[in-house]
Design a protein around this ligand. Structure first.
Ligand code: ZN
Length: 210
């Protein structure tokens, strides 16, 4: 075991999975820095990752709007059909305790992921185009990182699948455009998380540009 020099915290990296402390050397593009104990990936800078993340973020923001307002499902029971968007459902249950639950759910599946995407765009856009970081960029990126566990779009997709299997016996269910937008959104959000190397972003935010 080697002694770790903690006089310069910028040269250190903590594994978010097992809390092991390592001295960090900036990985080259395409290299992967992994935790020596639990092998979780700590940093993996990719060339042009910024531009890819930005295009995915813009696409997700458009899809968020569509997924909220377009019809999500059409349910047909004995000739009567009813189409509802996520917004319709949220507004239909807007009273009482159930209303609170619906608002919290809508926040976790749509507002938090959309806010996180907007924060990432705010932080990454200047960096990718070689401008100095935006005002409060560090605070914005820290907030985006803190929101990560609360961004639950994929859990909603899973919940929908379970609910649909149950309803399918009682009524004919048809997916609206918002459903497909949402499915695409879940994939985009996951890809975005995979491409984003937090360590590289912090490194760029801490390196003064001239
Ligand atoms: Zn580890």
């Amino acid at each position: 075991m080697t002694a770790i020099d903690i006089s310069d915290p910028r040269g250190l990296i903590v594994c978010p999975h097992c809390d092991a402390l390592w001295t960090a050397r900036k990985p080259a593009f395409g290299e992967v820095a992994a935790c020596g104990r639990c092998h979780v990936v700590l940093a993996t800078p990719r060339r042009r990752a910024g531009m890819q993340i930005i295009s995915m973020a813009v696409a997700s923001l458009i899809l968020f709007v569509g997924a909220t307002f377009f019809p999500f499902l059409t349910i047909e029971v004995s000739g009567l059909s009813n189409a509802a968007s996520v917004l319709d459902v949220a507004l239909a249950f807007s009273e009482g305790l159930l209303g609170v639950l619906v608002i919290v759910t809508a926040a976790l599946i749509l507002v938090v992921p959309a806010l996180r995407t907007a924060l990432l765009l705010y932080v990454l856009l200047p960096l990718v185009f070689d401008h100095p970081p935006a005002r409060h960029a560090k605070r914005a990126f820290r907030l985006a990182e803190q929101l990560k566990p609360w961004s639950m779009a994929e859990i909603f997709a899973l919940g929908c699948a379970v609910a649909l299997i149950k309803v399918a016996d009682l009524a004919q269910v048809m997916f609206g455009p918002a459903f497909w937008m949402f499915a695409l959104l879940v994939i985009l959000v996951l890809l975005q998380q995979r491409y984003l190397c937090s360590w590289s972003v912090w490194d760029a935010l801490n390196t003064p540009t001239q």
